[in-house]
Design a protein around this ligand. Structure first.
Ligand code: PZK
Length: 287
């Protein structure tokens, strides 16, 4: 924990601190949320898995777009990053029809202005990945917006640039993960601008918290897919008759252990690096 860093923000399961005028520290906790509620029980090393995966992707995608990563800390859960002027849109790419994309499609046949083929089922692979920007809601859920609305928020030229970068990042990562047995159904990027107005990828990227990861060997379109990481937690919560309002339930040890193992498995499958090697030296994901 930084002694002198000012706290500048909180996500549901992450914290952001200012290190100085140009640098921030992004710290990923071991907290887990399900059905939009943060649970009282932590998943050991979850924050390290997400930080390590993000670092791995940042190191391998800087040819597509530069990113905010400056350094990983020895604790494995903290990222020193460049302070950016963040764009006011969530940059979502969908390769499969799930979540709000599926809801929009059922209601209108389209999502974020993309008119889709008729007859798609839930979790179907789309003919090609689509960019489906959303607003950044202060509370509640982000709202999907079309290209015109997104261009009104960031400018038409910048919109074209983020759409291209987001689609290229998704294609790179989804191809990479698919070859290792994980479908990245969709993912959310957050971009910002550096002092020179250049587009930079921020936040965490291509993790199971910012994406839907599905086990490829269980993929069966026509219904909801099991989540690679959180399915044990969801299944356990469904056995309780919990109403999905805060506070959430405590998790039993076997659900914690199984969920931790799933996060570690996702890390190892994607990176090809033993998780213990990451714990010994986080920089191993950057090489
Ligand atoms: C920034 N968030 C969301 C994430 C939180 C909040 N490089 C950057 N420069 C400026 N601002 C941000 C970033 C990044 N990343 C990100 N809010 C501001 C967020 C994690 C934890 F509390």
């Amino acid at each position: 924990m930084p002694e002198t860093a000012a706290h500048v923000g909180s996500g549901k399961v992450r914290e952001l601190y200012a290190l100085d005028g140009e640098r921030l520290l992004l710290v990923a906790s071991d907290r887990i949320s399900t059905f939009d509620v943060v649970l009282p029980t932590k998943i050991p090393d979850k924050g390290r898995v997400l930080t390590g995966l993000s670092g791995f992707w940042f190191a391998r995608t800087s040819h597509i777009v530069p990113n905010h990563l400056l350094a990983l800390r020895e604790d494995g859960r903290s990222t020193e990053c460049r302070r950016l002027e963040m764009l006011p849109i969530e940059c979502v790419v969908r390769g499969y029809l799930s979540g709000s994309g599926w809801k929009d499609y059922q209601a209108t046949g389209a999502t974020s202005g993309h008119v889709l083929p008729e007859g798609l089922t839930e979790s179907a692979q789309l003919p090609e990945p689509i960019f489906t920007p959303a607003t950044k809601a202060q509370e509640g859920h982000d709202e999907n917006i079309d290209a015109g609305q997104a261009a009104d928020l960031v400018g038409a030229e910048r919109f074209a640039e983020v759409e291209r970068a987001a689609l290229e990042l998704y294609r790179f990562a989804s191809d990479y993960a698919a070859a290792r047995g994980i479908i990245i159904a969709d993912t959310k990027f957050e971009f910002g601008l550096d002092d020179d107005g250049r587009l930079v990828l921020g936040d965490e990227a291509l993790t199971p918290d910012s994406s839907r990861f599905w086990p490829a060997d269980e993929y069966a379109p026509g219904g909801a897919q099991p989540s690679f990481d959180k399915q044990f937690v969801r299944d356990y919560c469904e056995t309780l008759g919990w109403d999905k309002t805060a506070p959430g339930p405590d998790l039993p040890d076997d659900v914690v252990a199984g969920t931790r193992a799933r996060y570690v498995d996702a890390f190892e499958r994607i990176t090809g690096i033993p998780f213990d090697d990451y714990l010994a030296d986080p920089d191993v994901v950057l090489r």
